[in-house]
Write a protein that binds this ligand. Structure first.
Ligand SMILES: [Zn+2]
Length: 412
């Protein structure tokens, strides 16, 4: 439905060949002409394929445009259904453990509908009478407008610089934010990226939390801005975020797997050039924020992926010790959940952004963080708790760098 202009025909053919649901997506007249309500995804981040509408039951699939294998991102709006109870039927793997995210204010705020409303991948919802539009999603969508709302509160601050990494293939700006004292170089550099997989929206609340921690008018925030310069690229796949793509396993490989050889994505090429130049040899912490798969096992646990280099692995343990000790928010990090190298899916293969960053000569810690979509060891992941977790990470960064700088002084 929404296609990257690059190789559009090839992508359609590829997706149609691989994805059953995509082929079904284009079946004619999936909805009856007299349907009293409408379903659409015509807004930033929107993604849905309506397969069939039969009375009050709607059969849906994620739009897998450009994706190499089935994935679960979807985000749609229903209008004109006030007072009605509708049942939405997905493949059972496409609804998370707390049910769908529901928004009654056009995506400004979200709540989980709850597991009780879900049965075998289908959920039912009674639309309040008089409701105009209700949005549903596999998560709690976060697009460029969310970040804009956050930045409005901080505009004009001398320690926040809003810049552009590059332009996307569709001509959008890829936002780059710097936080710190713009008049002098701090001894440390901290880079934080998000949405290498554009569907992973819950990671954006964590990123906003780190950003808020970096800007905070408290002891940790002031220490960080004095001792570190931050660089944030919140939407590495900006077109994918706005167009509502899956992005994970994008053909021929996704943005996070574009760090070997010559990048095919201009955003990755730009970051590979910009980040080392900006860090300019200073000790660098690189943090890439993700969400794992939708549910089960490790996918419902917050976990860092241990770096391969022993010194960086030891520093991650130090960092997570501080995080464990001082965390304030409801999402709890437990060091036992760090995915050790060579275990789970943390294989020492080249490709992801964090591995590229780990290999830079000045990197002291390069790491990927996976925050679950909805459930983290029994705690609810939502807009607030994910953001609070980001704040906790910012404080742990302060503890970690303060400890690191003391160790450097003692060595001298
Ligand atoms: Zn990811």
């Amino acid at each position: 439905m929404k296609l990257n202009p690059m190789n559009m025909g090839a992508l359609i053919a590829l997706a149609a060949a691989i994805n059953g649901p995509f082929a079904e997506a284009n079946s004619p007249n999936p909805k009856p002409d007299n349907m009293p309500f409408t379903i659409d995804a015509k807004f930033p981040g929107g993604n849905i394929v309506v397969d069939k509408v039969a009375g009050d039951t709607v059969h849906l699939s994620p739009d897998l445009t450009g994706t190499l294998q089935p994935w679960f991102y979807w985000y749609f709006r229903v209008q004109g259904a006030g007072g009605r109870t509708l049942t939405f039927v997905f493949n059972k793997n496409y609804v998370g453990v707390r049910g769908p995210g529901v928004s009654l204010d056009e995506g400004l705020s979200w709540n989980w509908l709850g597991a009780d409303a879900v049965k075998e991948g289908a959920f039912s919802y009674t639309f309040p009478a008089g409701t105009n539009a209700v949005r549903f999603s596999v998560g709690m969508p976060y697009v460029h407008a969310n970040l804009e709302r956050f930045l409005v509160k901080h505009r004009g601050r001398p320690d926040l610089h809003i810049d552009t990494l590059t332009k996307t293939p569709k001509g959008r700006d890829v936002m780059l934010l710097r936080v710190g004292n713009m008049k002098k170089k701090a001894p440390y550099a901290i880079a934080v990226t998000g949405r290498h997989h554009c569907c992973e929206m819950m990671a954006s609340y964590v990123l906003e939390g780190v950003l808020e921690g970096a800007l905070a008018d408290d002891a940790a925030g002031r220490w960080l801005r004095e001792h570190a310069d931050f660089l944030f690229v919140p939407f590495m796949d900006t077109d994918g975020v706005e167009d509502g793509n899956q992005g994970k396993n994008r053909a021929p490989h996704d943005h996070n797997r574009d760090y070997i050889g010559t990048p095919i994505y201009r955003e990755v090429a730009a970051l590979k050039e910009r980040l080392p130049a900006w860090a300019a040899g200073r000790p660098l912490v690189f943090l890439d924020l993700h969400n794992p798969a939708l549910k089960t096992d490790i996918h419902e646990v917050v976990h860092f992926l241990e770096p391969e280099a022993r010194d960086q692995a030891a520093r991650l343990d130090k960092f997570t010790t501080f995080l464990e000790r001082n965390q304030q928010g409801p999402l709890i990090y437990s060091q036992q959940h760090t995915m050790r190298i060579g275990t789970g899916y943390n294989s020492p293969k080249d490709g992801p952004s964090s591995r590229w960053a780990q290999a830079l000569p000045n990197t002291i810690l390069g790491v990927t963080l996976e925050t679950p979509y909805a459930n983290a060891s029994g705690c609810e992941v939502n807009m607030d708790s994910a953001k609070e977790f980001g704040r906790d990470i910012a404080v742990a960064l302060k503890d970690f760098l303060r400890d690191h700088s003391r160790a450097v002084v003692e060595k001298k």
